[in-house]
Design a protein around this ligand. Structure first.
Ligand code: ADP
Ligand code: ZN
Length: 544
């Protein structure tokens, strides 16, 4: 690398423009390949330093490619941050978004010296003929240095972040065949990567990747049991007193509520979500960044572009929407390389909340097409599967999701699954599972309703008031699962709901509250017909 004709210039710019002294992993390699005019694919975890890979070649005077580097990125806020940071380094950069007028754009791109970088939203590129014309003009004058597609996974319909305007980026290669393309993403799934390469038409590209393993992070899944919030606070207080942390919540109200609870318990905490005014957001962020506030309770709106080194814990108060998201969000912990905890609090109900959100589009989920609903539901389901897999090492499971294999069989860092000394029990529950489904079917035939908890109580042979008054103890399957722990029976029924064999159906009562009745799901009949064995795993609590 040091023998590359561009090396001296690259180092000069690294120090002079960016004020940095060393490259991080793969940065120099990617930059040199870019300067030599190749297509480049950079796969790097969030915070790894992707921006430098295209910003630095853009300001180099030497190299096979000169002219304007056109950067396509999905998030305007992030683009603005980058543009601002570059301007502070005296780099000539132009941001072409909807705020930039046609005239201004023309002026900047046609007359006089061209900027080193032009940032543009994919929407602008797609909609505007002017943008196309400007690019064509630059192309004809050989003044297009390179196209940079940041967050390139947005082009793939495989991923959960698919953006419609990204789809048209497949035309860049056909329209401007000689201009090299650099694609960057933190999404490591193999099918997504292959899809990006195909759609962008990358040729013989230099491919840079690295392990996604974060050895200093400890991954833990905690079931939401009785008083779990209290235990969460005890955990923070005893393991990370006065240390920085993030708690991710699902909704805006929840963020505020949890932040308040923490404050009431004497913690230093603030909330952060997209519904706040920019100045409130800045303030909260500043307080947390500086360490004056320890805990930030946030929606996933928080985190893009945040890099605070000493985050000691990331807690998921509710289920993350995907494992990609989970990896990114937990990735904000322990940037300094010191140990940090990532704790996910899990209950089945949270999956239902997410499913509702996915199906009922609102401000958080604008585009709910049948296709996107299927995709997002599958992504959320993968998280539930992760939570329910209580046998394999968490780290191994996560890396496996990113198609990466860890040599070790266990993380050695005490993820919840590796840390347990109690052996795991696998139980065949085929008979009980079929009995519940038959039970629900018989209720449905009789046009009677039953709740999940009642089903559980019938199976465990409980003598509750409801059981007696409704004479459920006369049913054939009454007491059939009495040798199974109650929570295991419940887990089994919830699992059936998760697999669409049963469904929970909320019905509004005259009291104004709603009750979730269980009904047969779309996969019920197939389940009853098939001879499939149903198994469930659990770890008996110590002392039981
Ligand atoms: P990504 O886009 O991969 O999430 P960024 O490009 O935003 O990451 O970089 C994350 C942080 O790392 C930024 O604050 C950036 O200034 C810093 N950084 C990047 N490369 C280097 C380097 N070679 N030396 C020191 N800091 C770096
Ligand atoms: Zn482990």
């Amino acid at each position: 690398l040091t023998s590359s004709p561009y090396y001296t210039e690259v180092i000069r710019q690294l120090r002079g423009v960016f004020g940095l002294h060393k490259f991080r992993r793969n940065q120099l390699e990617a930059i040199i390949e870019a300067l030599s005019g190749r297509d480049v694919f950079v796969l790097m975890p969030t915070g790894g330093g992707k921006s430098l890979c295209y910003q630095l070649p853009a300001v180099c005077a030497s190299g096979q490619t000169t002219g304007v580097t056109v950067v396509v990125s999905p998030l305007l806020a992030l683009m603005k941050d980058q543009v601002h940071a570059l301007q502070e380094k005296s780099v000539d950069v132009f941001l072409w978004n909807s705020e930039a007028s046609w005239d201004e754009a023309m002026q900047r791109m046609r007359v006089g010296p061209k900027p080193s970088l032009m940032y543009i939203t994919p929407e602008k590129l797609k909609e505007s003929n002017v943008a196309q014309n400007v690019l064509t003009e630059l192309y004809n004058k050989q003044q297009l240095a390179r196209f940079v597609i940041d967050e390139a996974h947005c082009i793939s319909t495989w991923g959960q972040d698919f953006r419609d305007a990204y789809r048209d980026l497949d035309q860049l290669r056909t329209r401007y065949p000689t201009v090299p393309i650099m694609a960057l993403t933190a999404t490591a799934r193999r099918n997504t990567v292959a899809d990006i390469i195909k759609r962008l038409g990358l040729r013989d590209c230099a491919f840079f990747t690295q392990s996604f393993n974060r050895p200093n992070l400890r991954y833990i899944v905690e079931p939401k049991g009785k008083n779990w919030e209290g235990s969460m606070m005890d955990f923070i207080a005893s393991n990370h007193p006065n240390k920085s942390g993030v708690i991710y919540c699902l909704g805006r109200d929840k963020c505020e509520e949890v932040a308040k609870k923490l404050k009431d318990r004497g913690f230093s905490a603030e909330h952060f979500h997209a519904g706040m005014t920019p100045s409130d957001k800045d303030w909260a962020l500043d307080e947390w960044r500086s360490g004056r506030v320890h805990i930030i309770v946030a929606t996933i709106a928080f985190g893009m572009g945040i890099d605070k080194a000493d985050v000691r814990f990331v807690i998921h108060y509710t289920l993350p929407k995907s494992l990609d998201g989970y990896y990114q969000e937990t990735g904000r912990a322990g940037r300094d390389g010191e140990p940090a905890d990532c704790i996910l609090y899990f209950q089945f109900k949270d999956f239902m909340s997410i499913k509702n959100m996915i199906e009922r589009p609102d401000r958080d989920n604008i585009q709910a097409t049948p296709e996107s609903i299927t995709r997002q539901t599958a992504a959320a389901r993968a998280v539930v599967d992760y939570c329910l897999n209580i046998s394999d090492c968490r780290r191994i499971q996560l890396l496996h999701y990113f198609d990466e294999k860890l040599e070790e069989k266990s993380c050695g860092h005490g993820c919840d699954n590796c840390a347990h000394s109690v052996p795991l029990i696998t139980r065949n529950v085929t008979t009980e599972a079929r009995a519940v489904v038959e039970l629900v079917r018989s209720f449905q035939t009789k046009k009677e309703s039953v709740t999940l908890i009642q089903c559980r109580d019938i199976l465990r042979g409980a003598k509750t008031v409801v059981v007696k008054s409704k004479q459920y103890d006369k049913l054939q399957c009454y007491g059939m699962g009495q040798d199974m722990p109650s929570e295991l029976l419940e887990q089994m029924i919830r699992r059936l709901c998760l697999d669409d064999i049963l469904q929970e159906n909320p019905v509004m009562q005259s009291s104004g509250y709603h009750t979730d009745y269980v009904v047969l799901g779309p996969s019920a009949e197939e389940f009853l017909r098939s001879k499939k064995v149903t198994e469930i795993q659990w770890r008996p609590k110590a002392g039981k």
